[in-house]
Design a protein around this ligand. Structure first.
Ligand SMILES: Nc1ncnc2c1ncn2[C@@H]1O[C@H](COP(=O)(O)OP(=O)(O)O)[C@@H](O)[C@H]1O
Ligand SMILES: [Mg+2]
Length: 273
């Protein structure tokens, strides 16, 4: 709402302007421009090696663009990963990335780690730290409850079925109440019922929390039914960005990706662990 242009009613939570990334001889991203507004769900698809993960890493400040600019909520991005939570950005990883030695509750609390005082805690004193921990635990439990997995709070991830672990990973991203949520293959390894639940959850997050959501996903049917907009990368270039039906019918997209990925029969493997 802060922008005056009538074409952009919602705030542009994320915008990339001509972002390029070069790794030695590989052009991982080539002049990519993309926006995601508050309350919008954007799907990012493309063949393996197209640059999807690199784009996420650029948004998170893990990879610096060779050229171009990234803005978060209209402000030029600070390339400091540990400030991500304060900048309102959270991400799930392509694999689960849960800590095996921590309980589910502690794993989710870790999603707050850059908002709770870290090293400074020693100076604040044990009492306040304990209070902060209780507050963090309560917030973690609230999100676990919201995602229907609160009864797993005291368990370790390794003892839980994969779909539950996947929700725990989502809870860890949500606990900081991000304005921008990046999901890397959220449906990977899930069956049809869990994918339907996931789609409802994602729509809900965009609608009720007003989250801007960018998701990488190989499950084309999910992407097309869930997303407001779909962007397609191929060899680091953005070859399409539009409404799902338009993108699905775009010959360049069919050539580069959909023809290979067979949209009616996504690979059952769920991608990389
Ligand atoms: N750290 C890196 N060093 C060198 N090359 C990389 C690095 N990360 C990614 N690449 C290359 O950049 C290209 C895009 O990779 P990636 O973003 O992982 O694609 P995707 O996630 O779409 O499969 C690939 O050719 C990959 O090999
Ligand atoms: Mg990838």
């Amino acid at each position: 709402m802060s922008r005056s242009s009538p074409a952009t009613a919602a705030t542009e939570r994320l915008s990339l302007h001509n972002v390029s990334v070069r790794f030695g001889g590989v052009q991982a991203l080539d002049q990519v421009s993309l926006t995601v507004s508050d309350g919008e769900v954007v799907g990012l698809i493309g063949p393996n090696g197209a640059g999807k993960t690199t784009l996420f890493n650029v948004v998170c400040g893990i990879v610096r663009p060779t050229s171009g600019e990234v803005r978060l909520g209209g402000t030029p991005q600070r390339p400091v990963t540990h400030r991500l939570v304060r900048d309102g950005v959270a991400r799930t990883l392509q694999g689960l990335g849960l800590f095996a030695g921590l309980t589910v509750r502690e794993n989710v609390m870790a999603g707050l780690s850059s908002t709770v005082p870290g090293m400074a805690a020693a100076a604040i004193g044990a009492h306040r730290m304990l209070r902060h921990d209780r507050e963090a635990a309560r917030r973690a439990e609230d999100v676990l409850d919201e995602l229907g997995v609160l009864d797993a709070a005291d368990r370790r991830p390794g003892d839980l079925p994969y779909p539950v672990r996947k929700r725990v990973a989502l809870a860890r991203a949500l606990v900081s109440e991000p304005a921008l949520l990046l999901l890397d293959e959220p449906a990977g390894g899930l069956g049809a019922a869990d994918i339907a639940d996931l789609a409802r959850t994602v729509r809900d997050l965009a609608a009720t929390r007003g989250c801007a959501i960018l998701l990488v996903e190989h499950h084309v049917d999910l992407v097309m039914s869930l997303c407001d907009r779909v962007a397609v990368l191929d060899f680091g270039r953005l070859i399409a960005d539009g409404a799902p039906q338009e993108v699905r019918a775009d010959p360049a997209v069919v050539d580069a990706y959909l023809g290979i990925e067979a949209p009616t029969a996504p690979r059952a493997s769920g991608g990389a662990a």
